[in-house]
Ligand binder design. Sequence first.
Ligand SMILES: C[S@@+](CC[C@H](N)C(=O)[O-])C[C@H]1O[C@@H](n2cnc3c(N)ncnc32)[C@H](O)[C@@H]1O
Length: 286
Amino acid sequence: MSFDAEAHRRASLQGWEEAASGWVRRQELLRELGAPVSHWMVQEISPQPGQRVLELAAGLGETGMLAAELVAPMGGVIISDQAEAMLEGARARALQLGLSNIEFQVLGAEWIDLPLASVDAALCRWGYMLMADPAAALAETRRVLRPGGRLALAVWDRVELNPWALLPAQELAERGIAQGEDAPGGAPPGPFALGHAERVAELLAGAGFAEVHVEALDLDRRHESFQELWDSTLDLSRRFHDAVLSRPQSEVHEIMASLAERFAPYTSAQGTLVVPGRTLVASASA
Ligand SMILES: C[S@@+](CC[C@H](N)C(=O)[O-])C[C@H]1O[C@@H](n2cnc3c(N)ncnc32)[C@H](O)[C@@H]1O
């Protein structure tokens, strides 16, 4: 079946609007998991006081808020996402941190509603691989960057290197209830659609970026218990949530018990779960 880009865009927007409340509930987990990635990205764009930084597909805006502190007081950050509900979560976080040099904008990354060469740097953590046309989004990113402006991004590496996602996907696939992008090796776009360093480098070069650098970062996802991992997965993956909760209650219990066994090998000496993962991070100059 051919890929319907417009249908994907509509479903993605609706899915992320609905997922926002779960992401707000899990923001501490995300903050801990994503901190090394955000720090890497912010270091690569090296924000200077007075600069204007754009964060795309920002979700709750964790990465952009790190940059906001560095460009203050005269500079600022535009925290943007397609989903208004995500930006509401980001606004609440900025208020909590007392950050006042942030603008929040609903923006689609494939058609960025900003003028040519209007920002000094851009950030996009775990966004481009979800888009119908990542090449268009990268070309748009380069258009809004000033010449020489820096981009830093992150995309998940292959699903096989991310058991936190692989095991739930395998469980659903074996039951015949996995769908599209969450299936191991599933078709793009999806969380693992850009999980090859060469592909990321090729896309960046194809969009006209120079000084392209891609590397991998290992990240551990830590959970107090399997129950916490289960609840977090339901909160953070809309596809898992919808697929699982569409099943009868008895099957939901079976899925849960079976997944608990699949994750058991990741139990630490303290009884918590430490599940490995790997992300690719990349930087380039416009
Ligand atoms: C996996 S979340 C990542 C959020 C955040 N960057 C982070 O790292 O925590 C993906 C985000 O990308 C946004 N997104 C997906 N496609 C988009 C598009 N074409 N334009 C703008 N935002 C998009 C979603 O709404 C969602 O908030």
